[in-house]
Design a protein around this ligand. Structure first.
Ligand code: GZL
Length: 340
């Protein structure tokens, strides 16, 4: 019965049970059939993951896989959409056909989900959104969301930059900022960009030298940073990367151009995610600050499912508490103990 949702398993077993009770049915007793039903009461979860673009995403997927194991009572189906919304929509439709018990989605962008989530609702399959958010007309199309406040992350970074520049006596200086954005239309890009845009408005001496999309990947960020350096040369005071993978790509381009960054460098480097690799780079002084974005949503999503299974109503939105790290905050043991 593996791979079948409980609904389908129950239907198959119930049919089998009826047959067994029919006259002349040998072998399986009602007790056996019920035992089998109990054993196969794994909760089937269909997980549509947006991609595999960054260390953060790898940790996020791992967290879900480590949580939704058969020993914990789950049958997990994972579909990787390679950062394409159409692949996520196809995966959700397949999960509906399979009659999974729950759908979990980390949506690549915020819009374009109304139709497919309406189909899930009509099919009676609860949808739990994780990490990035969906922007839908009717928020009953999803049961709950858990993730980060990306605007708060951006504001944390910008407030840190303002304080950092003031501490250096540079609060009046013209500050040239290069901004490498994540996937356009994703909650992480929208929120972190909003935080920077607010900082640009409130600091008249800050200006944007360049803004390009790095898709949250190291390769794309390296490519666009090379192009930016062609345009602006070394007139860069701050580099604002919307995740660690982009920061590593930009660092590669800066190395090629002989431009230093991080503590004591030409360029103040701001990054997001606080992944293990990102925190190591920060600890080494290659980044001036790294804003945390916790990917370990597996247990949080499972808690929501446990509540639903118990007939309880989970919070509609659950924000994860987060902070930022500077080099002096970091040690090897601290980084190793974080789990991602
Ligand atoms: C943030 C998450 C972002 C990460 C990136 O919650 O959606 O997507 O910041 C990842 O590393 O690609």
């Amino acid at each position: 019965m593996k791979g079948l949702s409980r609904k389908r398993t129950a239907a198959v077993l119930a049919a089998g049970l009826c047959l067994c009770l029919a006259p002349g049915c040998g072998g399986q007793t009602e007790e056996n059939a019920k035992e089998e039903l109990m054993e196969s009461s794994l909760i089937t979860v269909g997980f549509s993951q947006l991609g595999n673009e960054s260390d953060w995403r790898v940790a996020n997927t791992e967290s879900v896989k480590e949580t939704f194991t058969e020993e914990n009572g789950y049958n997990l189906l994972v579909e990787d959409a390679q950062q394409k919304q159409e692949n996520q929509i196809t995966a959700i439709r397949n999960f509906i056909l399979l009659e999974v018990d729950y759908i979990v989605i980390a949506p690549v962008v915020e819009t374009g989900w109304d139709e497919v989530l309406s189909e899930a609702k009509e099919a009676g399959v609860p949808v739990i959104v994780m990490d990035r958010q969906v922007d839908v007309e009717d928020d009953s199309l999803y049961t709950a969301w858990v993730g980060s406040d990306m605007y708060a992350e951006g504001k944390l970074a910008v407030d840190w930059l303002s304080d950092y520049l003031e501490a250096q006596g540079r609060q009046e200086e013209d500050i040239s900022i290069v901004h490498i954005q994540g996937t356009l239309g994703s909650s992480a890009q929208i929120g972190r960009t909003e935080g920077l845009d607010e900082g640009l408005k409130t600091h008249e001496n800050w200006h944007l030298a360049a803004r390009e999309v790095g898709e949250f990947t190291q390769a794309k960020a390296c490519e666009v940073m090379r192009e930016i350096l062609e345009e602006v040369g070394d007139d860069i005071d701050v580099l604002y990367c919307e995740n660690d993978s982009e920061a590593f790509g930009a660092m590669q381009a800066l190395d090629e151009a002989g431009i230093t960054y991080g503590e004591g460098g030409d360029v103040i480097l701001i990054s997001f995610d606080a992944t293990e690799a990102g925190l190591r780079a920060c600890m080494e002084g290659e980044m001036n600050v790294n804003v945390e974005c916790n990917p370990l949503h597996g247990p949080r999503v499972e808690e929501i499912i446990r509540q639903l299974e118990a007939g309880e109503e989970p919070e509609k939105e659950e924000y994860v508490e987060e902070t930022l790290f500077e080099p002096e905050d970091l040690t090897e043991e601290f980084i190793s103990a974080r789990g991602y």
